[in-house]
Design a protein around this ligand. Structure first.
Ligand SMILES: C[C@H](O)CC(=O)SCCNC(=O)CCNC(=O)[C@H](O)C(C)(C)COP(=O)(O)OP(=O)(O)OC[C@H]1O[C@@H](n2cnc3c(N)ncnc32)[C@H](O)[C@@H]1OP(=O)(O)O
Length: 725
């Protein structure tokens, strides 16, 4: 059992005969076991008291509930909490005690009702909401299923198709949409919420309003044949979109049982499936990702010092290329006024044009109104000089990767920007100490490494040097959150965390191709493993220019463990440089669809002969599992180095960096979490074996060797405070 209580509920009975039960468990009133125990006692009290005619359930401080306390799943997985009897919460408490009670209840929803929170409200006999509240069942995203009756009640309230959409996408709807769907009975201003809910509850008690048990509704359900077709289609889509996960299909089974055999059988099935999914590896990984993602903005020695983020009122961006314009888009979308500086009118116009195009694509997709487009664009000003930099609070430099150019820019910035201004660079490879060499402002120099396209990709690497002040990091963490990025704070080194960890991924792929493994098989194996695309398709997407520039940095900085391959340079000589040129490892049609190219063999054979490599019969016949190991164990090896060097504060930060920056499948929990699921001993032994046959690229690092010798997890914190940060 958990040692301290987490959250509670209170009950207050008014003169009108309404008992108001309030969920209290900051910050999101999650439904911990303690809250649920209290809720049960308060409900029983309300039902037994003669002065109570009806019940209202609400959440403290403007939030109904963020759902079941997710850490409870972790406790069950680790065995530190005894699992409640199957169906105890969803059937015994929520259905038989709450919904079947002889006194009506109304949910008064403000802020959010997610997961178990929405499910609890659906068991009430009506739901009143404040405008804008978020309503959703995001459980699948966490690897679990709606387990408090959501698989049964949501289809009965909003119809099967809409319910499946909400469950399968995990996307919430706003209260207003919920109202039109039939999920919410009335939307009222926040100040009137509680009184409106009290009146509604009394109206039900006195039969002036209908007494609806959602679980017994049938009017929104399609006829059985149609329902089976809808479910069949949903299952097919799910198998296609989430082939490596079991829980979405298990969830659909619970929905199906409810429709075919009735809600009681459905609730029972949901409870059984709910208990099973908690033990799945994919679920453990997704829950790890939930907490790790929130953990990235907790940086020891920085965020625990009571520093308050300063207000960033205006930001300047230098360079309106792909990155600069993407960063500008991300900032204006979150209401930051931005000055975009370029070297001449033509480039400036092109940069502003790119921002415009980014926003226009939202308007086209119906995700932004024309009015909002104009308002957002009005936050962007162009400039050809530094005059407008005199009142900016932050500058982000996003020019080409040229050290002396960057040094000049930072020296200029020091002259023109106010003393408090944060001086950030979006460099992906260059040492920040070198960039700031010609200034005396080292404490306010920081890396703000965005991933392309910057207004879409969710990761922001915040790179600090030994001199960057904690205040600057706190400020940038706050900006990151405001522009809806997941920030990860990392140390200064070539490639920082993401590029450095994942460089061996492409390196290993080139090595295998040169030694006889089919590149298209490699890409297929990577996609099946869960990567958004394989390494060769990725090289085509980023373009060979970028691939060669990055490789050069790595070869210079880590010569002992880089595998030099001529495949890409040879293709580039022939003007095939990736998707932008219509061909690279693949051929591309007008719709950018990739098709394998038989000509590729020619380049690989030539590269092979230039490097004096011959086909290795063993490597030419690798299974998909072996391909994955040979590509990802070197990634694990580099991640270990990054961790051991203190470039990342926590192993879980590397998990998030890889998931958000490279698309490593979240249901594998991130690179370090995945490695630990395999075991340091096995990974070490494989790398060791390959290094003996194939050279230094595979040599396991000292950190990995040490952990393997002890059988210790790779993600365990460093024993000594060796962090450079
Ligand atoms: C049986 C049931 O069907 C199963 C369930 O209900 S599973 C739970 C379903 N609910 C969810 O998936 C919602 C998860 N939470 C969220 O999406 C977001 O936290 C939110 C939209 C509620 C709020 O977002 P935001 O304001 O950005 O705050 P965010 O930083 O994410 O969370 C604030 C804190 O609340 C915690 N938290 C949020 N939801 C939680 C939950 N359901 N359980 C436990 N902790 C939760 C976060 O871990 C974080 O803690 P920290 O401050 O110590 O890092």
């Amino acid at each position: 059992m958990a040692s301290r209580t987490k959250g509670k509920t209170t009950i207050e009975v008014g003169g009108d005969g309404v008992a108001v039960i309030t969920l209290i468990n900051p910050p999101v009133n999650s439904l911990s076991f303690d809250v649920l125990d209290n809720l049960k006692s308060n409900y029983e009290e309300a039902l037994s008291r003669n002065d109570v005619k009806a019940i209202v359930i609400t959440g403290a401080k403007g939030k109904f509930s963020g759902g079941f306390d997710i850490s409870g799943f972790g406790e069950i997985q680790k065995g530190t909490r005894k699992e409640p009897k199957v169906g105890y919460i969803s059937i015994d408490i929520i259905t038989d005690l709450l919904e079947a009670a002889r006194k009506p209840s109304v949910a008064a929803i403000d802020g959010l009702a997610l997961g178990g929170g929405l499910e609890l409200s659906m068991a009430c006999h009506a739901r009143i909401s404040a405008p804008g509240a978020q309503l959703g069942l995001p459980e699948l995203q966490l690897g679990v299923i709606p387990g408090f009756g959501g698989t049964q009640r949501l289809p009965r309230l909003v119809g099967l198709t809409k319910a499946l959409e909400m469950i399968l996408t995990s996307k919430p709807v706003k209260a207003e949409e919920g109202h039109s769907l039939g999920l919410i009975d009335a939307v009222v201003p926040p100040a009137e919420l509680l009184n409106a809910a009290r009146r509604w509850a009394l109206d039900i008690a006195e039969r002036r309003k209908p007494w609806v048990s959602s679980v017994l509704k049938t009017d929104k359900l399609p006829p059985l044949g149609e329902a089976r077709e809808i479910l069949k289609f949903a299952k097919e889509q799910t198998r296609k979109q989430a082939p490596n996960m079991k829980h979405p299909l298990m969830c659909l089974e619970a929905v199906e049982v409810g429709i075919v055999s009735g809600p009681r059988a459905g609730l029972q099935k949901e409870a059984e499936v709910g208990a099973q999914v908690v033990r799945l590896d994919t679920t453990k990984s997704l829950i790890h990702v939930f907490f790790s993602q929130r953990g990235t903005s907790k940086v020891p020695g920085v965020t625990d010092r009571g520093l308050v983020p300063r207000k960033i009122k205006k930001v300047a961006i230098i360079g309106g290329g792909l990155m600069g314009s993407g960063i500008a888009t991300a900032l204006i979308l979150s209401n930051y006024p931005v000055v975009l500086k370029e070297v001449n009118e033509k480039f400036l116009e092109a940069g502003i044009g790119r921002v415009k195009a980014n926003l226009q694509s939202r308007v086209k997709k119906g995700r932004m109104s024309q009015e909002k487009f104009e308002k957002t664009m009005s936050l962007l000003k162009g400039s050809l000089d530094y005059e407008s930099f005199r009142d900016v609070d932050m500058v982000i430099e996003a020019v080409i990767e040229n050290i002396s150019l960057k040094q000049q820019i930072f020296a200029d910035l020091e002259k023109y920007c106010p003393q408090h201004c944060i001086l950030a660079s979006n460099t992906s490879t260059i040492d920040l100490n070198k960039i700031g060499e010609r200034t005396k402002s080292q404490d306010r120099i920081v890396g703000a490494h965005f991933f392309s396209p910057a207004h879409v990709m969710p990761l922001l690497e915040i790179v600090r040097t030994d001199h960057t002040s904690a205040q600057v990091i706190v400020d940038l963490l706050d900006v990151g959150k405001k522009i809806k990025k997941t920030p990860v704070v990392v140390g200064n080194c070539t490639g920082f965390a993401v590029n450095r960890m994942f460089f061996p991924y492409t390196q290993a792929a080139m090595f295998l191709a040169e030694h006889g493994t089919d590149p298209y098989l490699i890409d297929r194996a990577a996609s099946k493993f869960g990567m958004p695309m394989g390494p060769f398709r990725l090289c085509d997407l980023v373009g060979f220019g970028v691939a060669i520039a990055t490789a050069t940095q790595f070869i210079e900085n880590f010569p002992e463990r880089t595998n030099k391959s001529m495949i890409i340079p040879l293709m580039q000589e022939d003007k095939r440089a990736g998707e932008a040129t219509g061909k690279g490892f693949y051929l591309y049609d007008d719709k950018r669809k990739a098709k394998p190219d038989p000509e590729l063999k020619k380049y690989i054979e030539k590269a092979r002969s230039m490097s004096g490599v011959s086909v290795d019969p063993k490597l030419a016949k690798l299974s998909e599992k072996e391909i994955i190991e040979m590509m990802f164990f070197p990634v694990v090896n580099e991640a270990c180095r990054v961790f051991a060097e203190g470039i990342a504060v926590k192993a879980s930060d590397l998990d998030i960096a890889g998931i958000m920056g490279m698309g490593f499948p979240p249901y594998r929990g991130g690179i370090m979490h995945w490695a630990d699921s395999i075991g340091s001993k096995y990974i070490h032994s494989k790398l060791d074996e390959w290094s003996k046959s194939y050279g230094d690229f595979f040599v396991p690092c000292a950190f990995l060797a040490e952990r393997a010798s002890k059988g210790a997890p790779l993600s365990a914190p460093l024993e000594q405070a060796r962090s450079r940060l």
